[in-house]
Design a protein around this ligand. Structure first.
Ligand code: NAP
Length: 232
């Protein structure tokens, strides 16, 4: 099979960087989207990797990044919608601007990105969409995760909706739903040591597996946790 091409948003740090490193090791060709591409001087995959500008708050950037990817590689086989933000405010404290930002970055931009890449995902015959959702897309655990949870519930529904929309064309979509993962996002919020959280590299290994599974082994959601909760 020709080397497949994956687009990964927010690939400069955290979970996105771990996914990029893992997919490069597995022979994927990479198109990495981030707000400051000039900051990534040694991308996984070396000079074969495309590093592009992508800002979820700029509604033109999904199409521009997709176009640059097609120009470079002539194909897109997977979109990993990873970039995301968390605003630790309760739904009462937060204002419309906070809510707008969370939905723009966590929901609307990933959908625009998938739409832009759609013809190429279909052409692949085994297109893949992986969304970094959260366990906050499945339950509201605390007051200050409530606003974030609203956006992640929407991201979970979006991923299922993409799974339905692409099924007949061979596109498979999966929502990865982690609890705390040891990145800047969780370390700034949680009262537990990074080594007691899920590691970004382990999330990356799940992504690698999802991309390799055939169309006949679709996985809709993967909840993943470092602590025991009632259901997850
Ligand atoms: N860490 C966790 O515990 C956890 C748990 C469940 C789900 N998640 C989800 O996993 C994904 C990755 O999170 P992470 O833990 O790796 O967080 P992180 O370390 O805070 O990294 C967030 C990434 O998103 C990017 N980003 C934020 N706003 C953006 C924007 N407007 N345009 C483009 N990129 C933007 C950041 O870019 P900059 O470097 O430019 O800021 C960075 O690359 C997110 O969707 C998050 O909600 C994380």
């Amino acid at each position: 099979m020709a080397e497949r091409v994956a687009m990964i948003s927010g690939a400069n740090r955290g979970i996105g960087a771990a996914i990029a490193a893992h997919l490069a090791e597995r022979g994927w060709r990479l198109s990495l989207g981030m707000r400051k591409p000039q900051g990534l001087t040694a991308p996984p995959g070396g000079s074969a990797t495309l590093v592009s500008h992508y800002d979820a708050e700029d509604i033109a950037s999904e199409a521009a990044w997709t176009e640059a990817t097609v120009q470079r590689f002539g194909r897109i086989d997977a979109v990993i919608a990873n970039a995301g933000v968390m605003i630790p405010k309760t739904v009462i404290e937060a204002d419309d601007e906070d809510l707008g930002l969370l939905f723009q970055v966590n929901v609307r931009s990933p959908l625009r990105l998938v739409r832009a890449a759609w013809p190429w995902l279909v052409r692949s015959g085994r297109g893949r969409v992986v969304t970094l959702v959260s366990l906050s897309g499945k339950r509201v655990k605390s007051a200050r995760s409530g606003l974030y949870a609203m956006s992640k519930f929407a991201a979970l529904a979006m991923t299922h909706a993409i799974r339905h929309a692409g099924w007949d064309q061979g596109v498979r979509a999966t929502a990865i739903c982690p609890g705390f993962v040891a990145t800047d996002m969780a370390i700034s919020l949680a009262d537990r040591a990074p080594e007691d959280m899920t590691q970004p590299g382990d999330v990356a290994r799940l992504v690698g597996m999802l991309l390799d599974l055939p169309n006949t082994a679709s996985v809709a959601e993967i909840p993943i946790n470092s602590t025991l909760e009632e259901m997850v």
